[in-house]
Design a protein around this ligand. Sequence first.
Ligand code: ADP
Ligand code: ASP
Ligand code: MG
Length: 417
Amino acid sequence: MPLLVMKFGGTSVADLARIENAAQKVRAEVARGYDVIVIVSAMSGKTNELVGWVETTSKLYDAREYDAVVASGENVTAGLMALRLQEMDVPARSWQGWQVPINTTSAHGSARFLSIPRDHIDAKFSEGFRVAVVAGFQGISTEGRITTLGRGGSDTTAVAFAAAFGAERCDIYTDVDGIYTTDPRITGKARKLDRIAFEEMLELASLGAKVLQTRSVELAMRYKVRLRVLSSFEDTDETSGTLVCDEEEIVESKAVSGVAYSRDEAKMTLLDVADRPGVASAIFGPLADAGVNVDMIVQNISENLAGHSGATTDMTFSVPVNQVDRARKAMEDARAAGIVSYDDLVIDTDVAKVSVVGIGMRSQVGVAARMFAALAAENVNIKVIATSEIKISVLIDRKYMELAVQALHDAFELEKA
Ligand code: ADP
Ligand code: ASP
Ligand code: MG
């Protein structure tokens, strides 16, 4: 039988009525002749609640126990979805990650897939079951402990199953009807895209557009999974939503295709670090060892500043705001151990990152100038800039984030097709 993967996010399984609504969509595909692997998230808000409980209990928590707690949300929805389908006379069985087993690395909190053996689920399909409901976001490490894949990880579970089982398509059902030029919650002018290139979606996701987890797009690109985002609250058919596809399948060629933002950034600056070989490695080594995700990095030349000797520099970098404590501790420990020396550590937790993304940037000049002009016109001060071939990101005060997204959406005329 042809096979589909259908993933339902948190708002799509937020309560029993929504689970029933999602189950009806699954039943419709079964009626069309598909076997279906359903990937479910936890009920919306559940994972946040679980994370909150962990953080309240232990500030610098043991990541193994974090995973043991936060993976549980998906277990509930997987079982409920299977029960609801059974009530609709659809033969269904649920699976937690360890039962499949979804084998992952032991990087707790951000584990990666190692393998997804098909035999157990295939055996159930051959017994006549039509739906396998799998708890998203979780797996089992080589040490036999529960792991999770990072926030939004159910998307990645879905794509990985689509790849492992050769699904015809991987449909991501969510609370918006597709992928937009920017988060439709930030501006009513956001426009739904029919298609978006893998590479653009990869950048948008990694720069904060949480409609898809970055790793899910990476996997879809690598394994050529037909990946689609669509609404779980509307009637949908094969043409609904937004298809994430190869660049060649896209006709639109604007310099910028989308604007992304990330609210939860923090800027850390080490003042007066020695300006000599090995210093960057002495700083970012301990941060990496502490599991801190460093994003933008700027090394300021401070030799001309009053009061500085010339032999030192300032190092600024951004980290997710919830990793600030971890990062600060890593730096203080490294200083105490004589690995790095710095005068002071300045932390700004009121920043956000705003980025423009587009494959058209490769061939069009002036994108940065247009971006900075749009921000200047709104009096938004830029703190850090980072660029790559198809994106430009800036770090700004968080209070200007929405204004900046709207200004950039207007400046690049994204509301127009
Ligand atoms: P789910 O719980 O279904 O996984 P998420 O909240 O993770 O849903 O992702 C969907 C949300 O992503 C939308 O409600 C929307 O606010 C947000 N989003 C951010 N950027 C975009 C974008 N470019 N297009 C569509 N949605 C976006
Ligand atoms: N429930 C997890 C989260 O909120 C995984 C997911 O929904 O994709 O991050
Ligand atoms: Mg999500």
